[in-house]
Design a protein around this ligand. Structure first.
Ligand SMILES: Nc1ncnc2c1ncn2[C@@H]1O[C@H](COP(=O)(O)OP(=O)(O)OP(=O)(O)O)[C@@H](O)[C@H]1O
Length: 349
């Protein structure tokens, strides 16, 4: 359990953010300038606070000198020591769980190399390993993928997923990319103008139509959890079983039986009151409307329930009126398989 309250005046900007989160990965999400870096720097002790506390398992870390807080920090840029080998960088602050960390992050072949000879993704993995080897009681990551190109991002995300699903320490992960957040986090904290606008279980907030304006219409979308049934090698499509339906998705998404998480952007969901026929989209889920949230602009966010899964659709206000949508109504949600971006599909649900 972490309990954070941070107050800091920075010129015209006031950070006044508080949240609690259970064990697991807590993502802090907000647009540029919302105060994410200031908040995480405040938690780390790098930014002196006007007032506040950072309690991890009941201990208030702000009462300890910074060097005794045992907080691991991974920055946007890896900040490795250029004159040291990878191994020397890794063990700079300690060598806790050395073998397991090297193994988990796939660093074995890099140990003798210097940072200058590493790819951006490899540098990020070393920075994560270094933070873990100091045996932190809290791990902070400030947009660790921001400086990477798409293939490197995918590479490091794979390792981060592994870390996040096995770590026994709380992790706070700052990002403005919802595809990353949805793959890694269990708790979501939304930050706007230095204040927390929502905090709670990730899946609850992502499927809440009232949270769409806070997240942004492009980033909004719920997460489905499914089980891989199998890959059809003839057409390269994978069948994924959901609690009340199935999806057919492009690519190899895991071995049969693997659990996966899929973020479905709300703007990629089409609704139909009649069962669609003669449609090229392969994925149609029968759903019930749980809530309808009318936004400020032309859009309406509709939350849907399909078995134990929740979906979010964003359609125009005009379509909602023409279709006569109402809470409790049965509708068909149409998802276009090819619209599902690889970064929105993650393992270890
Ligand atoms: N030392 C400072 N003095 C004055 N204003 C500051 C200082 N540090 C940050 N700010 C302001 O505080 C606000 C929040 O900045 P911060 O870097 O925490 O946001 P962010 O959400 O991390 O943004 P980004 O995603 O772009 O990194 C910004 O308006 C910034 O200009």
């Amino acid at each position: 359990m972490i309990d954070v309250a941070v107050t800091k005046r920075l010129g015209d900007f006031t950070l006044d953010a508080a949240f609690t989160a259970p064990a697991g990965v807590t993502a802090i999400f907000g647009r540029s300038g919302s105060g994410k870096s200031s908040l995480i720097n405040g938690i780390a002790g790098l930014l002196p606070l006007d007032a506040g506390h950072v309690r991890v398992g009941g201990t208030d870390l702000t009462r300890l000198p910074v060097h005794k807080r045992r907080i691991g920090y991974v920055f946007q840029d890896a900040r490795l020591f250029p004159h040291m080998s990878v191994l020397q960088n890794l063990t700079y602050g300690g060598s806790h769980d050395r073998g397991a960390v090297i193994d988990m992050l796939g660093l074995d072949d890099l140990l003798d190399r210097r940072p200058a000879s590493l790819s951006g993704g490899e540098r990020s993995r070393v920075a994560i390993g270094r933070a873990l080897m100091m045996r932190p009681q809290l791990l902070l990551m400030d947009e660790p993928l921001a400086a990477l190109d798409a293939p490197r991002k995918a590479e490091v995300l794979h390792y981060l997923e592994r870390l996040c699903s096995t770590a026994r320490i709380p992790i706070i992960y700052v990002s403005h990319a919802m595809s990353e957040v949805a793959r890694l986090a269990t708790t979501l904290v939304l930050l706007d103008a230095g204040r927390v606008t929502r905090a709670g279980p990730l899946d609850d907030i992502l499927s809440d139509p009232a949270a769409v304006p806070l997240i942004g219409v492009r980033e909004a979308g719920a997460v489905l959890t499914g089980t891989v049934r199998g890959l059809n090698t003839a057409d390269g499509l994978t069948e994924v079983a959901l609690s009340a339906g199935r999806l057919i998705l492009p690519g190899r998404l895991g071995s049969p039986g693997a659990r996966i998480r899929l973020r479905i952007p709300a703007q990629d969901v089409i609704l139909s009151t009649a069962k669609p026929a003669g449609l090229s989209a392969l994925n149609v889920l029968r759903c019930q409307i749980a809530a309808i949230e009318i936004g400020q602009g032309p859009g309406v966010a509709v939350s849907l329930v399909s078995g134990t899964d929740r979906l979010l659709a964003r359609i125009t206000r005009r379509s909602a009126a023409l279709m006569g949508l109402a809470v409790g109504q049965e509708v068909h949600a149409i998802l276009k398989a090819t619209a599902m971006a690889p970064q929105d599909i993650g393992g270890s649900a």
